[in-house]
Design a binder for this molecule. Structure first.
Ligand SMILES: [Zn+2]
Length: 77
């Protein structure tokens, strides 16, 4: 398995250049099968806004730190 370059782990907020600290795991039941995990990465400033955006639509599965996710061997994107 190839490790993605550190600079690719950017916040998913539009135009934000900050490094991501959190992973927001979500799924849109209308588009995705239940086992599919979509991930948005977020910096400390954007995690709440991105999480609420998805939560309003009922898409949020869980939020964890990117460090925890990577330590588990999870995908970062
Ligand atoms: Zn950000």
């Amino acid at each position: 398995m190839t490790e993605p370059a550190e600079e690719l782990r950017r916040c998913s907020a539009k135009g934000c250049p900050a490094a991501a600290l959190h992973a927001i795991v979500w799924n849109n039941p209308a588009l995705h099968t239940p086992d599919r995990e979509k991930v948005w990465l977020a910096c400390a400033d954007h995690v709440e806004g991105l999480r609420s955006f998805l939560a309003r639509r009922g898409f949020v599965r869980y939020v964890e730190t990117l460090a925890d996710r990577l330590a588990r061997g999870g995908e970062s994107s």
